[in-house]
Design a protein around this ligand. Structure first.
Ligand code: HEM
Length: 446
């Protein structure tokens, strides 16, 4: 179930929104009519599907681009009231105005580490700049081409070659390769691939997806966090025994710490490393699954991507995958809490007053379909400029793994696409399962 579905379920927003008349768009009405069941079920079914979400946002962009409601939809973080922001310019404005719209993750980050904050939970300032700077030294940009891409390519080739014409993507390929990156490049080789995947998924779900504050999700995440911290501490101790081993983020962080670099003293290394682990595995897997799912719905685009893959053209494969992901990104909204009463889109017809403490849901999915910012937004095109994509955030907190994602996703998917024509497995197995926010199974045949 997607982020937005959790949100909508959590708050039973639907009746309110219908009342607002915000859903009057003909496109949504058309989709609405196609599903059976009572009105609520039909509404939920429509919004469970990315096409339904896009139609909802299209209606909002047209009729109420910035929708402020008194109801508090997010209950897992303290806030009061909700604002949904849908136009590209306004989404960027919210994410650019750090001082007015703050990240909310700090309390959960502190529970995860057992004390310290992590830079995604920080406002811009000395601590944020110090931690991101040292971690960018530890995880150098050149490592993407030198270490991550060769690792992903080789492992994906091995996995695809060993499969017998069918592959269950998340279980066999798309969690395995990023988990190997965590072991071999991050340097957390003191836990199994399965454990790293389970812990990271539980923590990510708790921090970013569970907007209703489910205690069972918190318990699972904190259990995973405790185990992950033990594994990181063990990896630190192991690496300290072998300081001249192969380059890893951890080995570099230890060298920086020993040279007296601020931010890495005390528990600094483990607190920063767990933040990277959380981001890396379920996100990359879900992105690969949703991108391939989108290509399988578009046979011409899939065929083109397969030709590019057969030629080893990872850049062209990436353009197809990222365009498919635009239609169904890993996270369709990014949320911030207003630090004071303020106004967005001031002086335009979209002007919207936002009250202090309101949770602002800036929809990156909607921004990527805003015709005012994206040419032929509803068309599938592989020649789009990179800056229209908002697949992993925007502004100060844009994903730390930005360059990794851009390279590892095509690198790990190219060997699969390079083979014989891909097709979905028969029945439900051929579609990503929706048992959790992170697909566990999605079988394709070739
Ligand atoms: C396709 C895969 C990924 C997706 C969809 C994704 C998504 C995101 C998003 C939406 C944000 C911004 C959150 C916000 O502004 O509230 C973010 C930030 C972040 N991501 Fe990722 N991510 C991915 C991969 C990764 C990887 C591989 C890593 C680790 C190397 C990572 C580590 C982080 C960190 C540390 C931040 C915080 C950045 C900051 O506060 O400056 N992510 N990610």
């Amino acid at each position: 179930m997607s982020w937005i579905m959790n949100l909508l379920h959590a708050a039973e927003i639907e009746a309110h929104m219908i009342g607002e008349g915000a859903l009057a768009g003909a496109e949504l009405a058309g989709q609405f009519a196609m599903v059976s069941g009572d009105a609520r079920e039909r509404f939920v079914a429509v919004l469970g599907d990315p096409a339904g979400q896009r139609a909802l946002f299209a209606s909002l962009r047209a009729f109420k681009p910035n929708l402020a409601i008194e109801r508090t939809l997010v209950t897992s973080y303290p806030c009061e009231g909700t604002v949904i922001v849908t136009r590209a310019q306004d989404v960027r404005e919210v994410l650019d105005r750090q001082g007015d719209f703050a990240v909310v993750y700090e309390p959960k980050m502190r529970k995860i580490t057992g004390g310290a904050n992590f830079f995604l939970g920080m406002q811009d300032g000395d601590d944020y700049q110090r931690d991101t700077s040292v971690m960018r030294m530890a995880a150098a940009r050149t490592d993407v081409a030198d270490i991550i891409v060769p690792l992903a390519r080789a492992e994906a080739q091995r996995i695809v070659a060993a499969s017998n014409g069918t592959i269950d993507l998340p279980a066999a390929l798309t969690t395995v390769v990023p988990a190997l990156m965590v072991q071999q490049y991050f340097g957390i080789d003191t836990a199994s691939l399965a454990d790293l995947t389970e812990w990271a998924t539980a923590m990510f779900w708790y921090l970013f997806v569970d907007l209703a504050g489910d205690p069972a999700i918190e318990a699972r995440a904190l259990d995973g966090a405790a185990k992950c911290l033990v594994a990181i501490d063990a990896a630190i101790a192991k690496t300290e025994q072998n300081p001249e081993g192969p380059v890893t983020v951890l080995r570099r962080a230890i060298k920086l710490r020993d040279a007296g670099t601020a931010g890495l003293q005390g528990t600094g290394i483990r607190d920063n490393m767990i933040g990277l682990v959380i981001g890396a595995i379920p996100t990359i897997s879900k992105a690969c699954v949703q991108a391939l799912d989108g290509l399988l719905d578009r046979p011409d685009a899939l065929a083109e991507a397969q030709v590019a893959a057969a030629q080893g053209n990872e850049a062209a494969v990436g353009r197809a995958l990222f365009e498919a992901l635009r239609f169904n990104p890993v996270n369709p909204v990014i949320y911030r809490r207003a630090t004071r009463d303020c106004v967005i889109a001031e002086g335009t017809l979209r002007e919207c007053a936002i009250k202090q403490d309101a949770m602002v849901l800036a929809s990156n999915l909607s921004a990527m379909f805003d015709p005012a910012a994206v040419a032929d937004a509803d068309d599938f095109r592989t020649d789009r400029p990179w800056d229209i994509y908002m697949l992993w955030g925007y502004g100060l907190h844009r994903c730390f793994g930005d360059a990794i994602n851009q390279a590892i996703i095509p690198a790990l998917m190219t060997p699969l696409l390079a083979g014989r024509p891909l097709a979905r497995a028969e029945g439900d197995a051929g579609h990503p399962d929706k048992m959790t926010p992170f697909p566990q199974h999605f079988t394709v045949a070739f």
